[in-house]
Every structure is written in C-alpha cells, then in structure tokens.
Design a protein around this ligand. Sequence first.
Ligand code: NAP
Ligand code: G4F
Length: 362
Amino acid sequence: MTKKFNKRNQKVNKRALIIGITGQDGSYLAEFLLSRGYEVHGLIRRSSSFNTGRLDDIYQDPHESHRRLYLHYGDLIDSHSLLNIISESQPDEIYNLGAQSHVRVSFDIPEYTADVDALGTTRLLDAVRASKLPAKIYQAGSSEMFGKVLETPQKENTPFNPQSPYACAKVFSHFICKNYRDSYGMFIANGILFNHESPRRGKTFVTKKITEGLADIRLGKKDRIYLGNLDAKRDWGYAPDYVEAMWQMLQEEKPNDYVISTGETHSVREFAEEAARLIDMDLQWKGSGLEEEGIDAKTGQTIISIDPKYYRPSEVDALLGDSSKAKKNLGWEPKVKFKELVKIMMVGEFEERKLDSSAYLS
Ligand code: NAP
Ligand code: G4F
C-alpha cells in the first residue's frame, strides 16, 4: 500500500473520509479500513444526544499521538463543512454513506430527504471537484431505486422505477455521480446495494425490530410487536460483507457501477418465522389483512399484530439482486446468507443485553 506523510511528518497509509461514519455501514467500514492500515476521517453531525455509540470499539482519544481515527463535525446540507473536511483530511478515498435512510420516513419528510440524499451528494461532488483532489468516491446507491421492479433479478442495467422520496433522491444521486464522472473524469463508483443488516442495524428497520422485539418477548419484557406488510420480500445480506464490496470498488483502475446482493429473496413473514424458531417459538399465522396475527403455538400467545401505520403509501413488493458482475470483476461474493444472518442478529440481541445467547437459542 502506498505510504504518505501526515501533518506531523509521520508515515501513514491511505486516508479515507467516511460521510455517515456513525451509521451501521459507516461503523463497519471504519473498522475494516483501520484494520487495513488506513487513516480514517469521519463526518459526524452535531446532536443533542450521543450519536457515536457504534464507534465505541474503535474510538481513539483525540490526545493519543498515534491515532488513526479523526471525527469532524459537518453535515451534507452544509457545503462549507464539506469543503473544510476535505481540505483538512486530504482523503484518497471518500465514501458517501450519509443519508436519511429510512424509506417510510421519507414520505413524512420528503423535502429534507431530497436535500440530504440528492442535493447532499451534489454538494459533496462539487466540493471534491473544487478541491482538485484526485480522490476516489463511493456513492451508496440502493436497490430501492428498482422500486416496482421492471425485471427479475435486478442487475446494473435494470431500469429504475423508484416508489418513494428516498428512492427518487437516490436515483438522482446515481445519475449526478455518472454525470460528474463523464463530465469531469472523476473516479466515482455507484454501488447498488440490496438490503444489508446486522446487530448494528437501526432499530426501526424491520429486521432489527423483529429480532429485538422477539428477544424482549422471550425475556418477558414485552407481550407483542406490531409490524406492517408481512409479504414484502427483500434480498437480505450481512453488512460487514457489503462494506468490503464498497472498498473493492475503489481499488479498481476505472470507476464502475455494481449490484451487491445475495441472490436470495425472503419475506418479512419468513424472517419473523426464522427468528422465532431460533428462540424456541413456533410462529403460526391466523386471520388475514389487518386482523392477521402471529401466534407462538407453544404458548398460545399472540406475539405479532398488524399496525397499518407501518404500511407505506407505495410499497416495493419484492427485490432480488444479481451480483454476478461484482463476482466477475471484483471477486466479491456474500459470505453470509439468510439463515446465518438471522442467527447473527438473534445472538446479537442477547449479547447486547450481556446475556449468554446459548441459554436462549435452540
Ligand atoms: P444508517 O445507519 O441510517 O446511517 C446513515 C448515516 O448517515 C448516519 O451516520 C447518519 O448520521 C448520517 N446522516 C444522516 N443525515 C445526514 C446529514 N444530513 N449529513 C451527514 N450525515 C448524515 O444507514 P446505513 O444502513 O448505514 O446505510 C448507509 C448508506 O447506504 C445510506 O446512504 C443508505 O441510504 C445506503 N443504503 C443502505 C442499505 C442498507 O440496507 N443498509 C442498502 C442500500 C443503500 P446520524 O448517525 O447522525 O443520524
Ligand atoms: O426494513 P425496512 O424499513 O427496509 P427498506 O424499506 O427495504 O429499506 C432499507 O433497505 C434499502 C435497500 O433496498 C435501503 F436503501 C434503505 O436505506 C433501507 O436500509 O423495510 C423492509 C420491508 C418493507 O417492505 C416494509 O414495508 O419491511 C416491511 N415492513 C413490514 N413491517 C416494515 C415493517 N418495515 C419497517 N421499517 N417497519 C415495520 O414495522
């Protein structure tokens, strides 16, 4: 790996800037890059509550002389902060993972979502262009861009058909990245990542909501959880596998766009069934529509009910990715598939509570 010199004239490896370092993917990516010898800079937002919990394991005291992790305050809606952070960190690689990333919430705050997820990308690209740094950029695109799918499985050239303000903003970002690549010769790789999860997933995404809720029920802390559309299908992978693909895209000689997925699709219902099975519950369904309930046949207890507030004004029914281009060019393949993912998340629930998971998992 090429060595460089930092301000204190110390030899350092490559420098990366992660926008969105406090999120699920940002935290795994920071760990991955630090393990590869990178100096890592991250943009964090000012918040009245603590927002760096996912970075606890890698946090380094600012007074440490050999630290390789630097956090800077900034925001994708503040161009000057982006210019300043790029100038201060002089990155070789920039990962734009910053986003209002919740699809359902994007219907409630569409203007803000577009500001961060679409214009924010433009601000970042323009700041890099102005800096004249030859930094390679990764843009966090999403399988949500395929929306009501026009082809199955979805690959890089499948047309987009977005169904939410979030997905529309991500489509804009995808194309503005291509536009800056073509217009200014910048190295910008568009990842089109299918859903990826982990114990660090935000608590309002369906997988984490299910594993956390069922663990609480198993421990007697809650009676039931409320979900929306049980029949939506997603191609769910494991976040640490996916951040490695982001890095691989930036090690290429030429920028390219890649679908990253497992090639398996499962419904929300199946996810709940597998999570329940792991903690010795037998989830059976009764009724239909709003009246449908998930019952633990072993105890007769209703553990899942429907709340229509979790339905979306427009739904993405089923996603299934074809990541053969990433396999061919990058040698990337998912290591973790559906059943192992659910298990990792379920085990994570007990570890988070400092409990021995083997006492609860069947
Ligand atoms: P996440 O956990 O929601 O993290 C989002 C990150 O963006 C957080 O660090 C958040 O900061 C930051 N952020 C939000 N608004 C910002 C703003 N105005 N300025 C700067 N940063 C801001 O999302 P994730 O699951 O890690 O996903 C990472 C990226 O990949 C996102 O762009 C997401 O849309 C995209 N993506 C995710 C998936 C998936 O399945 N996970 C799939 C495809 C694409 P705070 O911590 O302060 O909120
Ligand atoms: O977990 P979700 O909220 O993820 P969604 O909407 O697929 O978006 C995630 O993946 C995208 C990649 O395709 C990312 F771009 C995006 O940033 C985010 O990370 O919902 C998954 C499915 C949906 O069909 C939803 O309607 O689960 C359904 N669902 C059913 N009940 C629920 C619930 N979703 C949530 N969040 N909460 C529920 O109670």
